[in-house]
Design a protein. Structure first.
Length: 293
C-alpha cells in the first residue's frame, strides 16, 4: 500500500488526548479551507453554519478517540453527541471514516505501520459494529438515505460491518473505503495533500487543493444520491476545469474570487459535495496520525 510512511524502531504509544487533538485539528483544518459548495470559514450554507461544525467537532472528539471503544461504538456515540448538540447531521460521513483510523492508531503494536493496522481493524469488524453503525445512520438521517434491498440500515444487520459496507460500495464512496482498505485516503489523498503542502507551504490552501482533487477524481456520491448521476458528473467536470487552473496558479490567492463564485453557484443550486468534504477530513486526520506514529 502506498502513502506517507515513517520508519521507527519502536512504536510511539498515542494517548486518547493526543488522538482527540489530532481529530479536532483535522476537522478545523477542513473548515478553514475554501471548499466550494461546503460550509467553510468563508461561507455558511445548506441550513448549516460553521459554528455547527465547530461544535460538532468539540462534542465528538472524546467519543471518537476514547480508549476501549469499538469502531461501531465510536460512530454511534459520536453521532448521538452531535445530534444532541446541534440537532442535525453535520458529520456522519467523516465519523464513519475517522473511526477506523482512530481504532487503528490506538491498536498499533511495535514495528507496525498505521496502514497495516488499519487493514487489520477492517478485517476485525463485527456484527455488533454493523448494528451500532446502522443505528447511527438512522439517527443521523442523512440526505438521500432511502431504503436498500440488501442490509437496509432500518433493520438489524445480520452481517459484520465490513460486509455491510461492501454491499453499499457501488453507491457510496465512504462504504467503498471500507471495502477497499481506504485507498482513496491512503493512496490518493495523503500523497496529494503532501504535494500541495510542498507547493504552497500553507495548510489551508493545500486542503483546498486536496478537496478539489477529490471532487475531480470521483463523482461525489452524496450529490449523486440527492440529485442524480447527471448532476454529480457535471459537478466533477466543473471541478476538473477549476482544479487544473488552481494547480497552475503560482499563488492560490489569485484563485479565491473564482472559488467563491463557484461556491455561491453550487449553493444556489443546492449542491453540497459532502462526500468529498468527508474524505478531506479523513485524509487530514490520516496525515496527522502518520506523522505521530
Amino acid at each position: 500500500m502506498t502513502g506517507i510512511t515513517k520508519k521507527t524502531d519502536t512504536i510511539r504509544r498515542l494517548t486518547q488526548d493526543q488522538l482527540a487533538l489530532a481529530y479536532k485539528n483535522a476537522c478545523m483544518g477542513e473548515l478553514q479551507a475554501l471548499k466550494p459548495g461546503n460550509v467553510h470559514a468563508f461561507s455558511d450554507g445548506h441550513g448549516m453554519t460553521i459554528q455547527d461544525f465547530i461544535q460538532s467537532a468539540d462534542v465528538t472528539a472524546d467519543p471518537i478517540a476514547r480508549v476501549g471503544l469499538s469502531v461501531g461504538e465510536r460512530v454511534f456515540y459520536s453521532v448521538e453527541a452531535t445530534k444532541n448538540a446541534v440537532g442535525q447531521n453535520t458529520n456522519l460521513g467523516m465519523l464513519l471514516l475517522c473511526a477506523p483510523l482512530m481504532q487503528a492508531a490506538l491498536s498499533l503494536s511495535e514495528g507496525q505501520s498505521l496502514w497495516s493496522q488499519l487493514n487489520r481493524t477492517l478485517d476485525q469488524l463485527s456484527i455488533s459494529d454493523a448494528i451500532l453503525v446502522a443505528k447511527a445512520i438512522v439517527l443521523a438521517n442523512p440526505g438521500g438515505l432511502g431504503v436498500s434491498n440488501r442490509h437496509d440500515v432500518h433493520e438489524a444487520p445480520q452481517v459484520n460491518l465490513l460486509e455491510m459496507m461492501r454491499s453499499a460500495q457501488d453507491k457510496d464512496r465512504i462504504a467503498w473505503q471500507y471495502a477497499n482498505t481506504f485507498q482513496d485516503v491512503v493512496s490518493f489523498g495523503v500523497n496529494l495533500y503532501a504535494d500541495a503542502l510542498l507547493k504552497w507551504e500553507n495548510s489551508a490552501w493545500a486542503t483546498t487543493g486536496l478537496y478539489l482533487g477529490f471532487l475531480s477524481q470521483y463523482a461525489d456520491t452524496h450529490v449523486q444520491r440527492k440529485h442524480g448521476a447527471e448532476i454529480a458528473n457535471t459537478l466533477m467536470q466543473e471541478a476538473r476545469e477549476l482544479e487544473s487552473d488552481y494547480w497552475g496558479a503560482h499563488n492560490p490567492k489569485l484563485m479565491q474570487k473564482r472559488l467563491l463564485e463557484w461556491d455561491a453557484s453550487l449553493k444556489a443550486r443546492k449542491i453540497n459535495p459532502g462526500t468529498s468534504a468527508d474524505l478531506t477530513v479523513a485524509t487530514l486526520l490520516a496525515s496527522h496520525l502518520v506523522l505521530m506514529t
